[in-house]
Design a protein around this ligand. Sequence first.
Ligand SMILES: C[S@@+](CC[C@H](N)C(=O)[O-])C[C@H]1O[C@@H](n2cnc3c(N)ncnc32)[C@H](O)[C@@H]1O
Length: 337
Amino acid sequence: MASPRLTHAVEAAALDIADDARVVLLEPDPEADFGVLAENDVIVQQNFKPAFDAFASMGMAVVENAEGPADIVHVTLPRSRELARGLIAQAERIAPQGLVIVDGAKTDGIDATLKAVKARVDVGGQVSKAHGRIFWFTSGSAFADWALPLPAPVVDGWITQPGVFSADGPDAGSQALVAALPKTLKGRGADLGGGWGFLTGHLLNLPGVVHVDLVEADKRALDCAVQNVTDDRATLHWADATTWGAPASLDWVVTNPPFHTSRTPDASLGQAFIRSAARLLKPKGQLVMVANRHLPYETTLAASFVHVQELDGDSRFKILHADQPKSPARAGRSSRR
Ligand SMILES: C[S@@+](CC[C@H](N)C(=O)[O-])C[C@H]1O[C@@H](n2cnc3c(N)ncnc32)[C@H](O)[C@@H]1O
């Protein structure tokens, strides 16, 4: 849920933000309420491309990596504990004598973070609101050891970084997809939501594959993919796969689509990936995807493709194959049935 906590903390008069304070927002939600900063000089750091674009379209200054200096840094707590700690360490670097504000949902671990912060510094104030908490402290140098580790090899030489999807090594669903990949995939294709490059790495080993576009929204994951996928036949794109346009129609799309928005399972993201695949493919093009068994993708697949079948699977995963995308008009008719 978009956080109203900053507004609440200011309006409840607990938190004071001077109009001339330079403010950096680290990884904020575009739907959160930052109206109390209307008079401030604000820079947004966003690594997630759809959110980056949303801030840019609001006319805000948005960067991938904020350096400051700033008077105030607001950290939106991410799910990953290591990334949360890395952002707090970055906030201290950006505003060495300033104020660090940490804002997060209970489900993302704000209470544990507050406890860990309190063990090192005095917390200036805190407010609990909307199933979460916001707290703040004066910046110093208490959290330098929380800095986000650089990308590094984890398993079989694959390079990942804490905070990216499946940071400990290849995802079980993606491994199942690799095992089931039709050897007949030929020509140019895309790996939508390609993460740090595991699927693309394997796709490039198929004899008929001539080019792969890896499309990934998380800049940190993409930066790992840059190190994992060095083959000239791959192009890596920091982009939203639901709106990305390929330079030419594709022969195939492979995907292990995202299935969460924060902690909430969300099948609509995977459904948007399926529609995007249909839009990107040639008339005889094919889609191969993996999904958790319970996720409802079959209706969207049937609305978007002429043929749909389950290639493989077990009690956890299903590997789905679809070919011949329907034209948008036909797809619209079948989805209304
Ligand atoms: C289930 S993971 C699969 C990652 C990778 N293919 C693998 O096998 O390890 C889904 C990926 O989609 C990315 N993602 C989420 N929303 C996206 C979007 N709108 N556009 C592109 N990528 C997105 C996530 O960051 C994540 O890396």
